[in-house]
Design a protein around this ligand. Structure first.
Ligand code: GLP
Length: 259
C-alpha cells in the first residue's frame, strides 16, 4: 500500500484525477470503478474540469460499487442518481456504459450474479475509487464481511445509517439494506485508490493501514492488494504511527513514477 498524505481535498482530487487521466491516455477503453459518498466528489469535479479541457471518456465504461435497496426510481440519493449527477453526466462517457447494482429488482441474488458477470465481461475494473466508512467499511462491506465476498445484499450497521443520514431528511429514511460489490470483487480491480479526509476517519485509517488484517475492519483486506494507493489529508492521517515515513517515501519518489 502506498500512503500519500496531502494538504486537503483539492490536492487529493487532483492526484486521483491524474491517475485516472494517465489511465485513460494509456487505455481509452478503461473500466473505472466509481464510489459515492462525499470523499470522491473533488475527484469528479477535477475530472469534469479536465473533460472541459478535452479529456475524453467516450470509450470508457464505469461500474458503481454499491446501491441502496428499495429506494424508488429516480430518488436523488440512490447511488445510480448520485453517480450520474456528480460525475457521468458531466463527462462524455456513454450512458449505456455506466453500470450500477439495481436495488429495485425482485430477484436480488440473480441481479448480483449478473452484475459480477458484467464486470468480468468488461474485462474487470482498471481503477477503483474507494471511500472509507468510519467503521472501516469499503463499498458497503460492513465489519465481518468475508474477504472472499462477491456482489450481494447486506444489512447496514446503525453507525453507517447515522453517518449517511445527512444525505436524507431523517435517519428513518436511510434504507437498512444495500447491494454492494464484495471485498473479493473489489480486490479484483487492478488498481484501487482509497480516499479519506477528516478527523472522523482517523481511527478507521489507522486500523486498516497499520492494524491487523481482520474482517472486523474490512478495508484492511487492501493490505493484500498488489496496487493500492491511499490518499489522506492530515486529519485522516493523524493516527498513523509511521506518518513521517510515508511522507518521506512520497517526497522522495521519482517524478516519473505515477501512483
Ligand atoms: N457506501 C458508501 C461508501 O462507499 C463510502 O465510502 C462511505 C463514506 O462516505 P464519505 O466519503 O461521505 O465519508 O459512505 C457510504 O457508506
Amino acid at each position: 500500500m502506498e500512503i500519500v498524505i496531502l494538504g486537503g481535498r483539492r490536492q487529493i482530487g487532483r492526484l486521483a484525477a491524474d491517475a485516472i487521466e494517465q489511465l485513460l491516455r494509456r487505455k481509452p477503453e478503461a473500466v473505472l470503478g466509481l464510489a459515492t459518498g462525499s470523499s470522491p466528489l473533488p475527484v469528479y469535479d477535477e475530472l469534469a474540469a479536465r473533460h472541459e479541457q478535452g479529456l475524453d471518456f467516450s470509450r470508457a465504461s464505469a461500474f458503481a460499487l454499491d446501491e441502496y435497496v428499495g429506494l424508488p426510481a429516480g430518488h436523488p440519493e440512490s447511488y445510480r442518481e448520485v453517480v450520474r449527477r456528480e460525475f457521468t453526466n458531466r463527462v462524455n462517457i456513454a450512458p449505456e456504459n455506466v453500470h450500477g447494482p439495481d436495488g429495485r429488482v425482485d430477484d436480488i441474488p440473480a441481479a448480483c450474479e449478473a452484475y459480477e458477470q458484467a464486470i468480468a465481461a468488461a474485462g474487470g475494473v482498471d481503477l477503483q475509487l474507494l471511500g472509507l466508512g468510519t467503521d472501516g467499511h469499503i463499498g458497503f462491506n460492513e465489519p465481518g464481511s468475508s474477504f472472499a465476498s462477491r456482489t450481494r445484499i447486506k444489512s447496514l450497521v446503525e453507525q453507517t445509517r447515522r453517518d449517511n443520514a445527512r444525505f436524507f431528511n431523517s435517519l428513518s429514511e436511510v434504507p437498512h439494506h444495500v447491494i454492494t460489490q464484495g471485498l473479493g470483487t473489489i480486490m479484483g480491480a487492478r488498481h484501487v485508490i482509497l480516499l479519506a479526509t477528516g478527523a472522523q476517519k482517523a481511527q478507521a485509517v489507522r486500523d486498516f493501514v497499520e492494524g491487523p488484517v481482520a474482517a472486523i475492519c474490512p478495508a484492511s483486506v487492501l493490505q493484500f492488494h498488489p496496487h493500492a494507493t491511499v490518499l489522506l489529508d492530515e486529519a485522516a492521517a493523524s493516527g498513523l504511527k509511521l506518518a513521517d515515513f510515508y511522507r518521506h517515501t512520497y517526497e522522495n519518489k521519482p517524478a516519473w513514477q505515477g501512483l
